[in-house]
Write a protein that binds this ligand. Structure first.
Ligand code: SAH
Length: 359
């Protein structure tokens, strides 16, 4: 069945290209991931051993618990607003939110004050999220616009921005051209088309063949988020992989059953994602006059929040196998050669002076 479905996505994309010519990487990415019927996220649960990839909250409950501690701490610093909107963007299976809420059940007044909202487009994942946090009666949104704008806001987003489409420019001998996807026979293939538009100054000296990636979708999401924080006051925590500074490189990746493959293969059956450019994100937040903390590495952030102490505590009540799992999870989340350095964290705040933990 899976095959049949992605076949339909392939026909759809081939039809688009035959009718209107090669498409940008971002148009391709947004259809592959988000096509309302045949998109990757629309029809399957991509996570875990049997899926395509594993995210931090799926590795260990410690991740969500510490994010829960971060949220409740920010809420206390904000002066315990009640009610407030707790919004998660791209919640996957809902594991992060479930762990965060379980870890905060003793924070006085917190449960009574919070309204759980999810930004999510996948029907399959919405179901999983509903099960995971049933008792908190979450509400879903396809876009930020419909999230209530009349109360303070705390937002979390883990591996959400990397799923938003990117465009790619390639330096040819004399100018930058945009990478597009066309057809060679029935197979997808890369091509180039002239690009008209600004390229950051620091890319000027790039060598022939260099790739510059940018994501209007990540930027416009961040802009809307900043506007909301200014209107409503509050804080946001963004965790994702990428570089602290804008740099050349092709980071578009397709992951299929835990293996990297070409983005042009297994179209619709493989996850597509790209690095987040944290310099570009930070620039936007500064333009909007929102306070920015970080980016810092995930390993640093989690250690500041006490992941080592939390692991030690969990180990006390665990059998030998569980102890080994906890130790492995701790390493995977924090060590530089694993997720500890590649993943970065930024905090955004607006309103009463808040010093979010972890930076
Ligand atoms: N935060 C989760 C899942 C990350 S995967 C975790 O850490 O496990 C990306 C998530 O973002 C999925 O839930 C996916 O369905 C959602 N998503 C991707 N593109 C989206 C979009 N344009 N709008 C809303 N949700 C989106």
């Amino acid at each position: 069945m899976l095959c049949g479905m992605s076949e339909k996505l392939r026909y759809f994309l081939q039809g688009q290209i035959k009718a209107s010519g090669p498409m940008t990487i971002s148009a391709f990415m947004s259809q592959v991931l988000g096509h309302p019927e045949h998109g990757y996220y629309m029809r399957q649960d991509p996570f875990g051993k049997d899926g395509d990839f594993t995210t931090a909250p799926e590795i260990s409950q410690m991740f969500g618990e510490l994010v829960g501690a971060w949220i409740s701490d920010v809420w206390l610093q904000m002066g315990k607003p009640a009610p407030f909107v707790l919004l998660e963007c791209g919640p996957g299976r809902g594991t992060l939110m479930a762990d965060a809420l379980r870890a905060t059940n003793k924070v006085e007044g917190f449960y009574e004050a919070l309204e759980v909202h999810f930004l999510e487009t996948s029907p399959t994942l919405k179901k999983a999220q509903g099960k995971a946090v049933q008792t908190h009666k979450p509400q879903w949104h396809d876009a930020l616009d419909t999230v209530p704008d009349d109360k303070p806001l705390i937002v979390i987003a883990n591996e959400f921005l990397d799923a938003l489409p990117v465009r790619q420019l390639v330096k040819t001998r004399d100018y930058w051209a945009e990478r597009v996807i066309g057809l060679s026979g029935e197979a997808f293939s890369y091509g180039l088309t002239p690009f008209v538009g600004p390229v950051p100054k620091k890319m000027k000296a790039a060598n022939e063949g260099s790739v510059y990636e940018f994501s209007p979708a990540q930027i416009s999401f961040t802009e809307r988020l900043c506007r909301r924080l200014k209107e409503q006051t509050g804080a946001a925590l963004i965790i994702d992989y990428g570089e602290t500074r804008t740099m050349p490189g092709d980071s578009l990746r397709a992951i299929y059953k835990h293996e990297y493959i070409s983005p042009l293969e297994h179209v619709g059956e493989a996850d597509l994602s790209a690095n987040v450019d944290f310099e570009a994100i930070t620039d936007v937040t500064q333009k909007h006059d929102v306070s920015v903390f970080g980016p810092v590495e995930q390993g640093h952030f989690l250690k500041q929040l006490g992941i080592e102490q939390r692991a030690a505590k969990l180990v006390q009540n665990a059998d030998a196998q569980q102890q080994e799992d906890i130790e492995k999870a701790l390493q995977r989340l924090t060590e530089s050669d694993q997720m500890g350095s590649m993943f970065k964290v930024i905090g955004l705040t607006h309103g009463p002076a808040i010093a979010p933990a972890g930076f």
